[in-house]
Write a protein that binds this ligand. Structure first.
Ligand SMILES: Cc1cc2nc3c(=O)[nH]c(=O)nc-3n(C[C@H](O)[C@H](O)[C@H](O)COP(=O)(O)OP(=O)(O)OC[C@H]3O[C@@H](n4cnc5c(N)ncnc54)[C@H](O)[C@@H]3O)c2cc1C
Length: 284
């Protein structure tokens, strides 16, 4: 289908984009890579009067080393994130998740910030961002604020980004030397997961010293499997030893039931995928 008619602006600075947002208010929509927004417009599920394209704002594209964090500009494509050596070295969990995100065509257009702002509970980037304790930098009319991952994801397709704000970058604390794995269960290749698990572990002498585990599509937002993380500390990095801790993966979750699987099936999947993700991350 053809989208409803809209006006189009492509500012070159965040300030100009914010000014356009302020001027057009709820009639405006931000365009990142367009991989989620354009299908929505074409199906006429949304009909903004003004589309503000961030594609010409160079300051929010790219990846940099900032001491104890890796900073990823919101308009950096999935392909650029997935092939970046800094991300691979210091935030390998993000690289592993991007490896599984959609197909090459979408990874070359879709953006890191756009996917996180879209907040699809089945999106592949939320769980790794949550597990690694990412910080979201959001620009608005009153200046810039930073929101912790725990407070960023609010509900289905809803984040802490206000209607007059723009996500500019995501800061990911370095997890250098941690093992990482993203275990994604799909029915059809290159699609959103039925359930996925993001795991990063620090192993010392064959024993798990620290663990971070995030769950995809196990509720309205990405979730952190804290009871698994706690149970993994001090456990041998072997499949048998990890099994018991991974059994807690569905604790406190509220997954959907749909044509791809009932909630009870997803809860079972979460435990199996958590075991696989942790064992692989730990090098077992
Ligand atoms: C066929 C297909 C398969 C896919 N498979 C997967 C998959 O397996 N896993 C997965 O995770 N994703 C998948 N996706 C989605 C893909 O990751 C998109 O790139 C992503 O959801 C949106 O990113 P975008 O940059 O294209 O954002 P857009 O589509 O441009 O925008 C999405 C939303 O975020 C808002 N937005 C964008 N950027 C910003 C910003 N900087 N600040 C504030 N708001 C912003 C927009 O206003 C819009 O509401 C798939 C998409 C398609 C079409």
């Amino acid at each position: 289908m053809i989208p409803a008619p809209f006006e189009y602006l492509a500012p070159t600075t965040v300030e100009d984009a914010l000014a356009a947002l302020a001027e057009h208010g709820e009639d405006a929509k931000i365009l990142g890579g367009g991989q989620s927004l354009l299908p929505v417009l074409r199906m006429r599920l949304n009909a903004p009067e003004m589309v503000i394209d961030l594609g010409k704002i160079e300051s929010i594209r790219g990846i940099r080393d900032d001491g104890d964090a890796i900073v990823i500009g919101a308009m950096t494509t999935h392909a650029a994130v997935g092939s970046d050596p800094l991300v691979a070295e210091h935030a390998a969990l993000v690289s592993r998740a991007v490896d599984h995100l959609a197909d090459a065509q979408i990874r070359h257009r879709g953006t890191f910030g756009g996917a996180l702002a879209h907040a699809d509970p089945a999106g592949d980037l939320g769980a790794p961002a949550l597990a690694l304790g990412a910080q979201f930098v959001i620009a608005g009319p009153g200046g810039t604020r930073t929101v912790a991952a725990d407070d960023f994801f609010i509900d289905l397709f809803e984040t802490a980004i206000g209607e007059d704000e723009i996500l500019t970058e995501v800061r990911i604390p370095k997890h250098t030397g941690w093992g990482a794995h993203y275990e994604k269960f799909v029915r059809v290749a290159h699609q959103w997961p039925i359930v996925a698990v993001a795991a990063a572990v620090r192993v010392e002498g064959g024993v798990i010293a620290e663990a971070r585990v995030g769950l995809t599509n196990m509720g309205n937002t990405p979730l952190r499997a804290r009871s698994v993380e706690e149970a993994l500390v001090g456990v041998q990095a072997t499949e048998d030893a990890v099994r018991e801790a991974a059994g807690k993966a569905a604790d406190g979750t509220n997954p959907p039931s749909d044509l791809n699987g009932q909630a009870s099936y997803r809860k079972h999947l979460a435990t199996v995928l958590t075991r696989r993700a942790v064992v692989t991350a730990a090098g077992g």
